[in-house]
Design a protein around this ligand. Structure first.
Ligand code: FAD
Length: 265
């Protein structure tokens, strides 16, 4: 049986959307619903998909780049927007809305924009450019990450069929940051609380995964969050748990101490 994840490409488009609602999911996670006719044709079939969000400078209007054969071109002389990656959490094609969950970590243009977001503000997004579709018939799924991966992990748990089994390890600041995630699959969620430890490579996820007993059978692992954590978990799964490298997606979603960190994903 072929269990290789499939990559699909999407037409890359820039879209100008409007903030239609802002509401807290938990004290440090804000759900911003974006909407508008520009969402026509938007598709995000993979839980690990991301859009690029273009954040205007504080107090400035949005800048709309032009997408040409050479990539993105910005109007000369205008302040360049900052770009960061975010997960499409829920897409409602009928209502033409897209929910994006922002971690309010307190530093950086994305977190700062989210904290001030108001209904009616405009924002530019691009993508997703592609999706990775992981087959639903693995014996079980391992999902691990910090709160930046919670939108992707939440999607995966919600989208898995009832025949699937998943074990999730999710690191959050504390009990208040746990979310209710509904799934028809057989799911075991382990919430790990930092309780004052700093986010990043604090060892919480790695230690919990090292100590866990795993079921038998073929597993697909999705790991995302702070980059060094993600790498360390992948290395453990491959070298000490005999996971197949091609059945692991380990992504760096941010890097401690580095703004706009880019990792291949
Ligand atoms: C594919 C993908 C999907 C993602 N999906 C989401 C998502 O749905 N929701 C979400 O909130 N994030 C998501 N992220 C992570 C998000 O893009 C980064 O956290 C990004 O750095 C935030 O930008 P910023 O402008 O707030 O901070 P930056 O300007 O990039 O960084 C400023 C400082 O803050 C630190 N920092 C960045 N993020 C965090 C954090 N979460 N906690 C603590 N310190 C941090 C950096 O190390 C740096 O020191 C995703 C990333 C990727 C690659």
């Amino acid at each position: 049986m072929n269990k290789s994840p499939q990559r699909i490409r999407h037409e890359t488009r820039l879209r100008i959307l409007e903030v239609v609602s802002v509401r807290p999911v938990t004290p440090l996670m804000l759900r911003i619903t974006l909407g508008g006719d520009d969402l026509e044709g938007f598709a995000s079939p993979g839980h690990g998909d991301h859009i690029k969000v273009f954040f205007p400078q504080a107090g400035e209007d949005i800048i709309v780049p032009v997408l040409g054969p050479e990539g993105l071109a910005f109007p000369a002389g205008a302040p360049r927007p900052e770009m960061r990656d975010y997960t499409p959490r829920y897409h409602d094609p009928r209502r033409r809305t897209l929910d994006v969950d922002f971690v309010l970590h307190g530093d950086g243009p994305a977190s700062t924009w989210a904290a001030q977001a108001r209904v009616g503000q405009k924002i530019v997004i691009g993508g997703p450019r592609g999706s990775l579709i992981v087959p639903d018939d693995f014996d079980w799924y391992l999902l691990a990450g910090d709160e930046t991966a919670l939108p992707a992990i939440g999607r995966r748990l919600e989208e898995l069929p009832s025949t699937a089994r998943a074990i999730a390890f999710i690191e959050v600041a504390g009990k208040d940051e746990e979310q209710v995630i509904r799934s028809s699959a057989s799911v075991d969620i382990h919430w790990l609380h930092r309780d004052g430890q700093q986010p990043g490579n604090n060892g919480l996820l790695l230690d919990a995964i090292k100590a866990a007993e795993f079921p038998d059978g073929d597993c697909y692992a999705f790991i995302a969050g702070e980059s060094s954590m993600s790498k360390a978990v992948r290395a453990h799964l491959v070298s000490e748990r005999s996971f197949k490298d091609e059945w692991i997606k380990a992504a760096g979603y941010w890097l401690r101490g580095v703004a706009d960190a880019h990792e291949p994903h």
